[in-house]
Design a protein around this ligand. Structure first.
Ligand code: C2E
Ligand code: CA
Ligand code: CA
Length: 769
């Protein structure tokens, strides 16, 4: 079936003439028509005759050349009865309307006079426009009748084009918004105009260049301008076109030119969008289309497209913000992952995906302020950009993490790290900043972008933990390990929710007087199967994920609550010692948490000791010092745990406000060996010199106790004294101890060591390693 739209387009647009088809078996009718219409031109276009001698021939012609303005149908005379004679003709009329789909073609019936004409009802039903006798169609009157029919056809076509144009505008809205860029939008405008005007004219679409507002450029062009796409407007070699475009741009409205004779020119310029904002100007030479285009329709077209253009601008900005990081003006994580995806999908090997992270960024940000932090980020971004050649993708993936994606021969992890070798000067003061890098080499087997970024992140995290300031390549076993940790982490979260965590308490004694001086709270996790998962396994996972902050709060509160109970029961030692991870100390709310916990449990600062590890020495000094000072101002004491195992520099001992050093159990257990004894001795001396208390961990026998006493180590804890015990075992232990002390009063002197009675059921107590 012929689409009527096409017919209409041809009639209104491209068709160079008015085609009139005469269908009649009588050869004289054809001859008369030929004579009458010869050389006739209507509305600037010649009338061209076509002839069919039978209905069958007419059908073929209608289908072959559907751009018919008028069909004059002669009723066949062979049949006797009127109705029978009319039937084939009416069927042909139906064929023209429905099968060929010619809605605008005028159908005139040539009857044999009154009595032979179909009823008005039949005319209506078969969509026949006119019914004439041979006399009315005589050579003298035929031209006027054809002119009338052609005019009516022309009006119908114009009307149809107009409603089609509006429909186009509405329908194009959606598709234009989906177009990828402004250029595509401009091409869309040409397509819409072509449909609207019914002819692919000569069109120029121009818009301001980018950025910020460059000279006007041609965005899209068609027809005789087709070769001008992308040239500057000033370089378009058609002065009138450029002049019209400039007028439209200057006025912010459509310009319909007039020719020298004052009549409407075939050239016009449209303005789309708002002046000085998102705008476009379109020059059209409408020579190819017939008749002047409907101005109202073009105005509606422009207003509608202007709205679209505006939405496009918004859409583009949304797109930008979805893909760009405004602070460092680099692509963001979404963009980066997409690019890695592309790269992986194309099977690009020999590529490296590196993640570069600023060491201690959040602490630096807290101490130095956010403006410094922003400056630091910008500087790192700029230096990384300088360090990678063009074509290598650099993006900001997170707060202080940058991503680099490029060929292996162009990207060297060491070079990326070296870009911060020169200190960063802020207000003339140089700041040393180090970077850490984790990277993955793109494997042969395609992997999703996110997974590759995940692998690089695993390598980065590992590097941050064990190789700060260096780079580390991802390997498969890291992945396995990371998955195991992830699993453990989710189990730990569930354990917290299901209250599977509890605290045990290990007594700390004065080694001289055997007086109970403290209790160390240690966390325990009893798994579903009843087994205990050691804190050495899950605490690092909690630290890594940040979960330690919440977990640590719970530990602190629970330990303080127990201390409160002990005080109420008159069984309390001097202090409760709670382990605090470096991650917790970095939490800006830490001090406040401690203070509230103390006040909520009715404790005073001196009731609490916090055990921190040597790794705190790696924290920015200012933050650490101020936090510790604030805690100590509350009366809280600070102990350095596991002393001698970690940090090599001891300078922090003098710097930080501390109360106690804990000699790590590994040295205490090796007191029998020369090396172990020497270290323990050294720590004890160091403590004394600095005016700090020294507490030995892991005392497993009387010999160790005595050796420590000889070294002037004043306090200790260990299985020999008591294992870590849960709350009820602790209360029982304290009761029995008080009992024994009452019996043995006065307290035995040092010489009577090891005078501490073995505790019943010691090894069966919870928490016993
Ligand atoms: P730590 O702070 O050095 O705790 C002392 C560890 O030595 C405890 O292991 C304790 O059970 C064990 N221990 C005590 N006496 C002896 C002994 O005579 N011989 C031997 N061989 N070991 C002894 P635990 O409870 O398994 O804790 C291991 C580590 O987990 C702790 O080391 C601490 O670093 C961490 N941790 C435990 N609880 C917490 C907590 O609540 N928060 C934080 N941040 N870390 C915790
Ligand atoms: Ca400890
Ligand atoms: Ca320790």
């Amino acid at each position: 079936m012929r689409p009527e739209a096409e017919t209409g387009r041809r009639l209104h647009g491209r068709a160079p003439d008015w085609r009139v088809l005469v269908v009649d078996e009588d050869e004289r009718v054809h001859a008369e028509a030929r004579g009458a219409l010869q050389g006739l031109a209507l509305f600037g276009r010649p009338v061209v005759l076509a002839h069919a001698r039978s209905n069958e021939e007419a059908r073929v012609q209608v289908l072959d050349a559907p751009d018919l303005a008028v069909v004059i149908l002669g009723v066949e005379t062979s049949g006797a009865a009127v109705d029978a004679a009319l039937a084939p003709t009416l069927a042909l009329a139906d064929f023209i309307r429905h099968t060929a789909g010619l809605r605008n073609t005028r159908i005139v019936l040539r009857t044999h006079g009154a009595g032979h004409a179909p009823s008005p009802d039949a005319l209506l039903r078969h969509a026949i426009d006119d019914c004439r006798t041979p006399a009315e169609l005589s050579p003298g009157r035929l031209p006027a009748l054809v002119a009338m029919a052609v005019r009516s056809c022309m009006q119908l076509c114009a009307h149809e084009a107009q409603s089609r144009g509006l429909e186009h505008i509405v329908r194009s809205s959606a598709s234009l918004l989906e177009e990828a860029g402004l250029r595509a939008f401009a091409h869309g405008v040409i397509a819409q105009l072509t449909a609207l005007l019914g002819a692919p004219g000569d069109v120029l679409v121009c818009a301001p260049g980018v950025p910020p507002v460059g000279p006007y450029r041609v965005l899209a062009a068609a027809g005789r301008f087709a070769h001008l796409a992308d040239v500057a407007l000033d370089a378009v070699p058609d002065a009138p076109a450029v002049a019209l475009l400039r007028r439209a741009l200057a006025s912010g409205g459509n310009v319909y030119g007039n020719d020298s004779a004052g009549s409407e020119s075939r050239e016009l310029a449209l303005h789309i969008g708002s002046k000085n904002a998102q705008e476009m100007a379109v020059f059209i030479d409408t020579a190819a289309s017939h008749g002047a285009p409907d101005r109202r329709l073009l105005d509606v077209f422009c207003v509608n497209l202007g709205t679209l253009l505006h939405s496009r601008g918004l859409l583009e900005r949304m797109h930008d913000s979805a893909y760009y990081d405004p602070l460092v003006r680099l692509p963001n994580r979404t963009r980066f992952v997409e690019k890695v995806d592309d790269c992986a999908r194309q099977g690009m090997r020999d590529h490296i995906l590196a993640l570069v992270d600023i060491d201690d960024f959040s602490a630096t940000n807290d101490v130095m302020g956010h403006r410094f932090g922003d400056r630091l980020l910008e500087t790192v971004a700029r230096r990384l950009a300088d360090a990678v050649p063009t074509g290598v993708l650099l993006a900001r993936l997170g707060a202080d993490t940058f991503g680099v994606l490029g060929p292996v021969r162009q990207v060297s992890p060491q070079q990326l790290l070296d870009c911060m070798r020169q200190p960063l000067a802020v207000d003339g003061v140089p700041h040393k900043v180090s970077l850490t890098c984790g990277y993955v080499l793109l494997p042969e087997d395609a992997q999703a972008g996110v997974d590759l970024v995940k692998d690089a992140t695993i390598a980065l995290k590992r590097a941050k933990r064990d190789h700060r300031g260096q780079h580390l390549q991802y390997s498969a076993h890291m992945g396995t390990e990371a998955r195991a940790r992830a699993l453990l982490l989710s189990d730990l979260r569930a354990a917290i929710d299901n209250a599977q965590l509890f605290l045990v308490y290990q007594p700390q004694l004065n080694l001289n007087t055997r007086a109970l001086v403290g209790l160390e709270a240690l966390v325990r996790w009893r798994a579903d199967d009843g087994s205990l998962i050691p804190p050495d396994r899950f605490i690092p996972v909690a630290e890594h994920s940040g979960l330690i902050v919440a977990l640590g709060q719970w530990v602190l509160y629970t330990a303080c609550l127990t201390m409160r109970e002990l005080l109420d029961a008159d069984r309390a030692p001097l202090r409760m010692a709670v382990n605090v991870s470096t991650v917790q100390l970095q939490d800006p709310g830490f001090f406040e948490t401690v203070r509230t916990t103390l006040s909520n449990t009715g404790l005073q600062g001196h009731h609490l000791e916090l055990e921190i590890t040597e790794s705190v020495a790696a924290l920015p000094t200012q933050l650490l010092e101020s936090t510790l000072a604030a805690l100590r101002a509350e009366g809280i004491s600070i102990a350095i745990d596991d002393f001698g195992t970690g940090y090599s520099s001891l300078s922090y001992l003098e710097r930080l406000p501390l109360d106690r050093i804990k000699i790590d159990g590994t040295f205490v257990r090796r007191l029998g060996e020369a090396q172990g004894a020497r270290i323990a001795e050294m720590v004890a001396q160091l403590g004394r010199k600095l005016g700090l208390h020294v507490l030995a961990e892991g005392i497993e026998d009387a010999t160790a106790w005595q050796a420590l006493l000889a070294m002037d180590c004043d306090e200790g804890q260990g299985y020999f004294i008591a294992p870590p015990m849960d709350r009820s075992s602790l209360f029982q232990w304290l009761r029995e101890r008080a009992e024994t002390q009452r019996r043995e009063r006065p307290l035995p002197g040092v010489s009577s060591l090891p005078g501490f009675p073995a505790l019943p059921g010691l090894s069966s107590l919870p928490g016993h390693a």
